[in-house]
Design a protein around this ligand. Structure first.
Ligand code: FPP
Length: 224
C-alpha cells in the first residue's frame, strides 16, 4: 500500500454549487469553506503530513471585484476566528503565492504563519495568489543570479514549496479535468483524481474513497 503524506486539492465548483442551490456564487464559497474544515479534520484522522489547498490563483483576479472581496473577507474571518483552534490542533499554516493583499489580510497571514510555525501535526499550504508559471520564472531568475549550477535541486530550492515534498495525490473536484496553473512542476509524478462532485458537496466519505483507490495504485516513478 502506498504511503500518503501529501494531498493537494483544487477546490473547484463553489460558484456553480452556489448558483444552483442558493442563487449566489458567494454562497457557494461560504459552503466551500465548510468543506475545507471537514477535509482538514479528516486529513488529521488519516495522518497526512501536508494538505495543499488552491484557494486563489494568479488568474482569479479576473473575477468581479465583489466576488474577490467576498473571498478575501471569508479568509480574513477564518483567520480571525479559527487561528487559535488550528494552533491548538498543532497545525502549521503556510502560504504559497505572493502576499500582495490588503495590509489587514497580509498582516493576518503573516501572524498565522508565525504563530503556527513550530507546529508539526499537519501542515496546511494555502495557495493564495499562487501561479505555478510565475513561481518557476522567479526561481529561474534567482538561480541565474546565484550563479549556481542549473540542476533540479538548485532550481527547486528557489520554489515556494522548497521544504515541502511533492504531492502524492492531487484531487480536483467540480467535474473539470485541468491543472489551472497549479504546482505544474511538483505534480510531475502525483496520482491525479478528478471528482465529479462540486467542492461544497464533497464529503469526508468521498475523500476516503479516493484515498483508498490511491493506496491500491502501483506507483512506478518511471521504473517498472
Ligand atoms: C473554485 O470554485 C474555488 C475558488 C476560486 C475559491 C476557493 C475558496 C474556498 C473553498 C473557500 C475559501 C477558502 C478559504 C481557505 C478561506 P469556482 O468559484 O471556480 O467554481 P465554479 O467553477 O463553479 O465557478
Amino acid at each position: 500500500m502506498n504511503p500518503l503524506n501529501h494531498v493537494a486539492i483544487i477546490m473547484d465548483g463553489n460558484g456553480r454549487w452556489g448558483l444552483k442551490y442558493k442563487k449566489s456564487r458567494n454562497a457557494g464559497h461560504k459552503a466551500g469553506l465548510r468543506t475545507v474544515e471537514k477535509i482538514i479534520k479528516e486529513s488529521i484522522n488519516k495522518k497526512l503530513k501536508y494538505l495543499t489547498l488552491y484557494a486563489f490563483s494568479t488568474e482569479n483576479w479576473k473575477r468581479p471585484k465583489q466576488e474577490i472581496n467576498f473571498l478575501f473577507s471569508l479568509l480574513e474571518n477564518f483567520l480571525i476566528n479559527k487561528l487559535d483552534k488550528l494552533h491548538k490542533k498543532n497545525i502549521k499554516l503556510k502560504i504559497i503565492g505572493i502576499k500582495n493583499f490588503s495590509s489587514k489580510l497580509n498582516k493576518l497571514l503573516i501572524k498565522a504563519e508565525k504563530k503556527t510555525d513550530k507546529n508539526s501535526k499537519l501542515q496546511i499550504n494555502l495557495a493564495l495568489n499562487y501561479g505555478s508559471k510565475i513561481e518557476i520564472i522567479n526561481a529561474i531568475k534567482k538561480l541565474n543570479k546565484s550563479k549556481k549550477k542549473i540542476t533540479e535541486k538548485n532550481l527547486t530550492n528557489f520554489f515556494q514549496t522548497k521544504d515541502i515534498p511533492d504531492p502524492d495525490l492531487l484531487i480536483r473536484t467540480g467535474n473539470t479535468k485541468r491543472l489551472s496553473n497549479f504546482l505544474l512542476w511538483q505534480l510531475a509524478y502525483s496520482e491525479i483524481f478528478f471528482e465529479k462532485k462540486l467542492w461544497p458537496a464533497f464529503t469526508e466519505r468521498d475523500f476516503n474513497k479516493i484515498i483508498k483507490e490511491f493506496k491500491k495504485i502501483k506507483r512506478n516513478f518511471g521504473n517498472i
